[in-house]
Each structure stands twice: as structure tokens, then as C-alpha cells.
Write a protein that binds this ligand. Structure first.
Ligand code: PEP
Ligand code: MN
Length: 351
């Protein structure tokens, strides 16, 4: 941190501040310029609040933070190396990370009944997906909209898991449900609306299952990384960051604005793996393929795509869901780009 003093700040005040900074456990380094004096603060400043420091003297012009407020999620924390997250599924371990093949997660927005979830699971697996997604507990804007089948849907996800060997990703909305969701899931999803539910973040950080942390719809990248920092600080290092579109001024044509620029930005800031969700990102099935292809070209580690056997009849997010046939074709289209970036694994032939 750098403390910039106002022009004419008395020397005695600069010394008094220096002593106060030392009491905070910091090493102040004074640099006297032509018109202004600045104090560089060396030490652990992560917990310090710049605005609060400013209150220490009326002679402080501004306090600048030069280091990042997050630590464990930062790329430097792992000496510049990306982390690989290994997720156990019935079909084996799946790796997420910068040096790994792209992992595709697919399935309906909500788990509606056994036949639809099992049928969808078989179809997305045949197309090359490694994980089945599907909400049991649904965060809906309207209290009158379908809220998900809750615990019983977790049992249906398990049936699909057993039938296909796919890993399961499903959302936890409430700390009270975490135990049952974590028991059913191979990766626990924290949704956009809960990205800053700090008690939930602490709880998912204190359990063992990897966590998929979606970006809040109006969250800055720093807020998102700080949310991930909560999970790592609570003891769980296995967090995947999922961009799912943010709010911008134009919502007429696309549901959200899919921020693909986060891919290179996150790559430079954090070691955590990246997932892109073009389904919630655009809200329209016809826009999903283009954004999925762009995400691979831009370097994503994984994709989340909503797939429903009959989108017109879906209980949630039908308009953005691909049919299984369209998903099949999409995976073939994606394979061209995936191979070009040397991150595509051939789909094993069905037994
Ligand atoms: C979902 O994945 O179905 C979902 C509700 O996503 P988000 O939290 O990104 O809106
Ligand atoms: Mn959805």
C-alpha cells in the first residue's frame, strides 16, 4: 500500500504516522519527492482498509492499494502455476485445468422426472459430456415459478449417475441442504444469486466436494475472486469459476452479456480453472453454439450447456436449452476448435 501525503504535510506528522504504521506491524518506507512525501507500507496489508487508513491523518491525500486483496486464489499463490482439479466420477477421474482437455457439462436446467433426466444423461454422454447438470433446488425470480423438486430430484440425479457413469453437478441454495446436495453431487454448484452468500461460501469451503462458483450477475471480477477466496480460506482448494453472463444496459436481445474477456483476465489473475456457460449467458438456444465455440477459442477449460429433450415443454429455461440432437451436432462443431487448440478428447465409442 502507498500513502500519499498532501503538499506541505509537516515532517512531525509523517513521523507520527510512521510510528503508527509500525505499531500495526508494517515497515513504513518514506520517499520524499519535490512537492510530496509518500510512505510505502511493506508487510501484510491484506486486512487493511484503505479508507480507514486515510482517516489516520488529515494530511493524507490518498491511500493506494498496489497489491490484490485476494491471496489464495491468486496466480502468484501457486508461483504462476495453474491448478488442476481432479473430480471423481463413477467413470473415473476428470481433470479441470489449463493444461487439460476441455470438460463439457450438459443437462437440463431442472430435473423434472426420472425418464427425462436419465434419457438426457445418456444423450449428453454419447455426445461427449463428462458431467450431467440439473437443478433440484432452483433459484427462481418468481416465487410462483417451478422451484425444483428438491430432495427427490437428487435421487433422480443419482439414478442418472448410476445409469451413465456421468459426474453430477447440482446447485445448493441453502446451507441447510448442503449435506444432502454434497452427498448427491460430484461438484456442488453455487449459483449466481448466491455468489456473495458468505455463510454458504464458508460452508461449501468447509466440505470436501469441489465447488463450481458462478459469477454473480452484477459482480466485478474482484468480487467474484473474493467470493472464491472465502471457499479456499475455509479449507477447500477445489473451486471452478463459471462465467454465466452479467447485467449490462442491453437486455433486449440477449438475456445477459456473456463476458468472454474474463477468460484471459482470470488466466492472468488466478490459478483456478474456468468454465463458460453460454446458455445462461445468452438466454437463447440459437446463440449458444457461437459463444461455446468462441469460449474454446478464447481458452476456457470447460463449458456448461443446457440440454432438454423437449425445450418447448421445459419447466425452466426452455428457450436457452438445446435439444439432444442439436447438442450432438454442437459437440462435433466444437471438436474442430477443440482439436485446433489441442484440448479435445475423442468420445469413446459406445459399448
Ligand atoms: C443454473 O445453472 O440453472 C442457474 C440457475 O444458473 P445461474 O446461477 O447462473 O443463474
Ligand atoms: Mn437454468
Amino acid at each position: 500500500m502507498i500513502v500519499v501525503m498532501k503538499i506541505g504535510a509537516p515532517e512531525a506528522e509523517v513521523s507520527r504516522l510512521g510510528a503508527e504504521f509500525e505499531e500495526l506491524g508494517l515497515s513504513p518506507e518514506k520517499i520524499v519527492g519535490k512537492t510530496k512525501t509518500v510512505i510505502g507500507l511493506v508487510g501484510d496489508t491484506v486486512d487493511l482498509d484503505a479508507l480507514q487508513l486515510q482517516e489516520m491523518s488529515p494530511w493524507i491525500e490518498q491511500v493506494l492499494r498496489v497489491e490484490k486483496p485476494y491471496k489464495r486464489v491468486s496466480r502468484e499463490y501457486r508461483h504462476g502455476e495453474a491448478s488442476e482439479i481432479a473430480v471423481s466420477t463413477p467413470a473415473g477421474v476428470v481433470l479441470f485445468g489449463e493444461g487439460c482437455p476441455i470438460v463439457t457439462v450438459a443437462g437440463p436446467c431442472s430435473v423434472e422426472n426420472e425418464s427425462m433426466i436419465v434419457e438426457t444423461a445418456h444423450r449428453v454422454k454419447a455426445a461427449g459430456a463428462k458431467f450431467l447438470r440439473g437443478g433440484a433446488f432452483k433459484p427462481r425470480t418468481s416465487p410462483y415459478a417451478f422451484q425444483g423438486h428438491g430432495e427427490s430430484a437428487l435421487g433422480l440425479l443419482d439414478a442418472a449417475r448410476q445409469a451413465t457413469g456421468l459426474g453430477i453437478i447440482t446447485e445448493v441454495m441453502d446451507t441447510a441442504d448442503l449435506d444432502i446436495v454434497a452427498a448427491a453431487a460430484d461438484v456442488v454448484q453455487v449459483g449466481a444469486r448466491n455468489m456473495q452468500n458468505f455463510s454458504l461460501l464458508k460452508k461449501v469451503g468447509a466440505q470436501d466436494k469441489p465447488v463450481l462458483l458462478k459469477r454473480g450477475m452484477s459482480a466485478t471480477i474482484e468480487e467474484w475472486l473474493m467470493a472464491a477466496e472465502y471457499i479456499l480460506a475455509a479449507g477447500n482448494p477445489n473451486v471452478i469459476l463459471c462465467e454465466r453472463g452479467i447485467r449490462t444496459f442491453d437486455r433486449q436481445y440477449a438475456r445477459n452479456t456473456l463476458d468472454l474477456s474474463v477468460i484471459p483476465v482470470l488466466r492472468s489473475l488466478t490459478h483456478l480453472p474456468i468454465m463458460i456457460d453460454p446458455s445462461h449467458g445468452t438466454g437463447k438456444a440459437e446463440y449458444v453454439p457461437a459463444m461455446a465455440m468462441a469460449a474454446i477459442a478464447a481458452g476456457t477449460d470447460s463449458l456448461m450447456i443446457e440440454v432438454h429433450p423437449n425445450p418447448a415443454k421445459a419447466l425452466s429455461d426452455g428457450p436457452q436449452s438445446l435439444t439432444p440432437d442439436r447438442f450432438d451436432r454442437l459437440m462435433q462443431e466444437l471438436s474442430v476448435i477443440g482439436k485446433a487448440v489441442d484440448r479435445w478428447e475423442a468420445v469413446p465409442a459406445l459399448a
